[in-house]
Design a protein around this ligand. Sequence first.
Ligand code: GLU
Length: 496
Amino acid sequence: MNVRTRIAPSPTGDPHVGTAYIALFNLCFAKQHGGKFVLRIEDTDQVRSTEQSEQMIYDSLRWLGLDWDEGPDVGGDFGPYRQSERGDIYQTHAQQLIDNGHAFKCYRTAAELDELRASIKASGENRALKPSDLLLSEAEQQQREADGAPFVVRMQVPTEGKCTVSDMLRGEIELDWSTVDAQILLKSDGMPTYHLANVVDDHLMEITHVLRGEEWINSAPKHQLLYEYFGWDMPALCHLPLLRNPDKSKLSKRKNPTSILYYQRMGYLPEAVVNYLGRMGWSMPDEREKFTLEEMLEAFDVQRVSLGGPIFDLDKLSWLNGLWIRESLTAEQLADKLIEWGLNRETLLSVIPHVQQRMDTLSDFIPKTAFLGSGLLDINEQNFAALKLDTAEQLKILQFALWRLEALSDWQRDALFEELKGLADALDLKVKDFLAPLFIAVSGSTASFSVMDAMALLGSDMTRARLRNGIDVLGGVSKKQMKAMEKAYKGLNSAN
Ligand code: GLU
């Protein structure tokens, strides 16, 4: 068999460490079998997908050395590899399912769907929406069709019984059909959902093994049924354990930096990040902790993946990175790494406009900009003590700013300014007072150049990590305080 694996990231937001983790295991599995590793871009969510995010996926995976054999940017025999360019293929396949009675057009409105769900719930049943719930009378269906009302295409699904799916690591998994809804396959804008596009593409791209995150297990019955409807063989499925925060919750950007760009900016070596990702649920036969990608490719065996949720722990990663820096680099190589990382002309040119007017001697440059090249800042509550607002207010500002900035996709100075100015106004605070704790958390001092510029230069993940650090330094927020803050924050947004 020609083994073919793939990753299928959606280009929404920053490139996620989870994507790199799944990519690494797919790459290893394919190479171990002399096969091919494909990169497909799943950009059917046209509102959230951006070109910039797609580019960041390429750049960050390449930085890590996780190269693909086929993909939108490198081509291949099974293209196009970007789902937004495959619209006709999904339309044809959806039509085929409709013609064979495996899918149907559903004209139900959002309000009707809410009502249907509420009535299932009220009857005490704990089940998904089924095709029979969605049926309209013949006359009504024809009327809506004649009116050109919007519709989606949904798949037929059984009402009850068990569905068994095989997983390479977990064996047979039993899932209950009653919890599987009449999945939408084509949305009212004609775009496919993940489920249809993913199944059609995996088949047409001759993917033999799907190694993906365990959050997709519940989709497996629908996918298996779609393969049956089409009369295709299903690739082997392997659901890899999700990366977790040290508190065991799913790795999320609210608690931990999740963007590969953060790790790059923080000065982790790509070799160490890949090494660490390789330790997530997997181990070398001799259990050694430090190994190269080549060594992992050579020793890889998917059956050595253990299912307990692997913890993505920053201290452990730093420890491993330290080994790489101290043991594996000559002074020459370390110099090259530093230049590549940030001690270069391009970085200088991005920073100079902000400090040139504050410099008398060249030696002013490093002290005035050191905070940009640092990781988390070495600050303590004394740094915040001289500010006008009290600690509770400072904490509130840092937390609210963090929430605002988490939602910001356009990480540019002007957008940052607008968000933060909006927040200061909503809190009825003078901009200067409002910005002071942000200055300390992000730049270490209020004497630095504009905190908005500093945030733009630092990037979203590093900025947010520093805001979180500022909150910790000020004593953190208890569960109870957090509840009150969430309520106040919601009130603020709805009042706007
Ligand atoms: N587009 C999905 C994602 O973003 C792909 C999941 C899969 O591998 O099937 O994770």
